[in-house]
Design a protein around this ligand. Structure first.
Ligand SMILES: [Mg+2]
Length: 219
């Protein structure tokens, strides 16, 4: 049986934590600022749709945020750490082989635990449980490597169900064809720039590149 990894990633984590702490904010757009209130480091979907980018300098967007009725918070790392522990505890109770990857992300391993055709439904149940017990929305991507689970998670963020399983080779090729090369896990901004300079925009184009050229690019 092939390997199947899952990546569970909390949506808009810091902003979602503020909503759990004060449920009256469920329908209020929220932005969370970095230390010393310098930059925007978390945004609910409404704020993303307003065109406020990740890392936006607060002073530049202050007026726009005010006019958009956005509730702005200084970061509260004690709260986020506590919420993170709660999310991870739920996952550890219900999932096999949880590997906490960051404050709002964890990998799980599903092969050998479930038949493949049940994995997507299982991921939906994980999602429902975290929502029920902690109140944090998560997206779940499933794939045969951690990198593909990350790719699937990006797609899951935009999907209705919040779960995407890149199961077949055809699905993987189809998705990679259009997937921005700079969004691949491990491809930093510097490498992405070099790849763009070579005319490589998508993961599909990167996959098609001969090894020798890749070595030249990443050196
Ligand atoms: Mg996240």
């Amino acid at each position: 049986m092939k390997k199947v990894f899952g990546l569970i990633d909390c949506n808009n984590f810091y902003a979602s934590c503020e909503r759990v702490f004060d449920p009256s904010l469920r329908d209020t757009p929220i932005a969370v600022l970095s230390n010393n209130d310098g930059c925007v480091v978390a945004r609910t979907n409404e704020v993303k749709e307003m065109g406020v980018p990740m890392g936006a300098p607060y002073f530049k967007y202050k007026t726009q945020l005010e006019e958009g009725g956005v509730q702005v918070f200084s970061s509260n790392y004690a709260l986020y750490g506590d919420m993170s522990r709660r999310v991870m505890n739920v996952l550890k109770k219900i999932c096999p082989q949880v590997e906490v990857y960051s404050i709002d992300e964890a990998f799980i391993r599903l092969d050998g635990y479930l038949p493949e055709e049940e994995m997507e439904m299982y991921a939906k149940r994980i999602r429902a449980s975290v929502w029920k017990y902690v109140g944090i929305p998560v997206s779940i991507g499933l794939g045969s490597t951690k990198t593909l689970a990350k790719v699937a998670n990006k797609l899951a963020k935009k999907s209705e169900s919040g779960v995407v399983f890149l199961r077949s080779g055809e699905q993987v090729s189809e998705v990679l064809r259009d997937f921005p090369v700079g969004d691949i896990w491990g491809v930093g901004r510097r490498h992405a720039k070099k790849l763009h300079a070579l005319g490589i925009q998508t993961a599909g184009e990167l996959v098609a590149l001969p090894d020798v050229e890749i070595r030249d690019v990443i050196r």
